[in-house]
Ligand binder design. Structure first.
Ligand code: TYM
Length: 331
């Protein structure tokens, strides 16, 4: 019997440092559950991470290996998925040029991420404006069906869809139009210090962001000082963004439904519930932290994973770029 072709997933996380709970619960933990049902390209978008200079090249190199170790420590399987650095595959930047020529510049200026990242910056490089086109190229190069991301990346996937349609109409049917895959809970994990703002690596208030590889003491402290709401009771409500965020985090790390958590903890006071969440997060992260330390000590292995992933990805990219250039009249 002919084997049914798996649908394709493309996604990645910038090598800008350590994952925080937002990256993990909103993205990577979900990728893990999808990896055996889809053909997955989990790449490391290192070209994207130079769009907000300055950066230190040696540091970026180290962070790229660290990001791979984080993927693996979080349970992504290099045997069944393709993991590689974006810069190591020829095709991402080539395709982004072709797509860029189809993109109205006004649409790029309207991107929420462009606006927030260019705000209050003396220098705004063109790369930051071009960023969503490179992301569209990452996705279309492998003809993805589905792009699992957090809520903050949805607008970029919508642009990708627009560009796939535009290319198909301008030249001829080439790309599938990919769907974003966004979780119902944890699509946006919020800062513990400001529960209306997403948890972010670049937040100036480090107390709001819980990193995956922090010590249990620091994690405990951050949850203890989490900003909560007035009133009482542990349940989700738009009027209670602080408690809603904690309930979502707790439900995700303990693999329970929101309702189950609300039923069990509804009568707890805020302080006690914060401790319960901290303990659950610490326990959940223990094996991930141990695995990460082990992986980081073996750079030869990390390089072999990247080499294997790159080899496969390059073949796919070559096929797609040959098609794209042919359709676009390039010789
Ligand atoms: P990045 O590196 O900022 O984030 C990696 C993933 O984590 C998600 N995420 C969150 N989810 C929930 N709550 C949060 N507070 C939170 N913060 C981050 C992001 O949505 C993302 O899924 N542009 C991308 C990288 C990229 C990419 C791509 C992704 C480049 N090319 C192609 C998919 C496909 C980015 O900067 O993600």
């Amino acid at each position: 019997m002919e084997e049914k072709q798996k649908k394709i997933i493309v996604t990645g996380a910038q090598p800008t440092g350590m994952f925080h709970l937002g990256n993990y619960l909103g993205a990577v933990k979900n990728w893990r559950t999808l990896q055996h049902d889809y053909e997955c390209f989990f790449f490391i978008p290192n070209l994207h991470s130079i769009t907000v200079p300055p950066y230190v090249p040696a540091e970026l190199r180290k962070r790229t290996y660290s990001m791979l170790a984080q993927y693996l420590a979080c349970g992504l399987d290099p045997e069944s998925s393709h993991m590689f650095a974006q810069s190591s595959v020829v095709g991402h930047t080539e395709l982004s040029w072709i797509l860029g020529c189809l993109t109205p510049v006004g649409q790029l200026f309207r991107m929420t991420q462009f606006k927030s990242k260019s705000e209050n910056n003396d220098f705004v490089g063109s790369g930051l404006l071009y960023y969503p086109i490179l992301m569209a190229a990452d996705i279309l190069l492998y003809n993805a069906d589905c792009v699992p991301v957090g809520e903050d990346q949805k607008q970029h996937v919508e642009l990708t869809r627009d560009l796939a349609i535009k290319f198909n109409q301008t030249y001829s049917e080439t790309f599938k139009v990919p769907e974003p895959y966004i979780l119902k809970t944890c699509a946006r994990v919020y800062s513990l210090q400001n529960p209306t703002k997403k948890m972010s690596k670049s937040d100036a208030n480090k107390k709001g962001t819980v990193f995956l590889f922090e010590s249990p003491e620091d994690i405990q402290k951050k949850f203890r000082s989490a900003v909560t709401d007035s009133g009482s009771g542990i349940y989700c409500d738009p009027e209670k963004p602080g408690i809603t965020n904690l309930v979502e985090i707790f439900a995700a790390v303990t693999e329970q439904s929101i309702e189950a958590v609300e039923n069990q903890y509804r009568s707890y006071d805020y302080g006690t519930f914060k401790n319960v969440v901290a303990e659950a997060v610490i326990e959940h992260l223990k094996p991930i932290q141990a695995k990460y330390a082990e992986l980081m000590a073996d750079q030869t292995y990390l390089q072999s994973v990247l080499d294997k992933g790159r080899e496969f990805a390059q073949k796919c990219a070559n096929r797609m770029m040959a098609k794209v250039y042919r359709k676009a009249g390039m010789i």
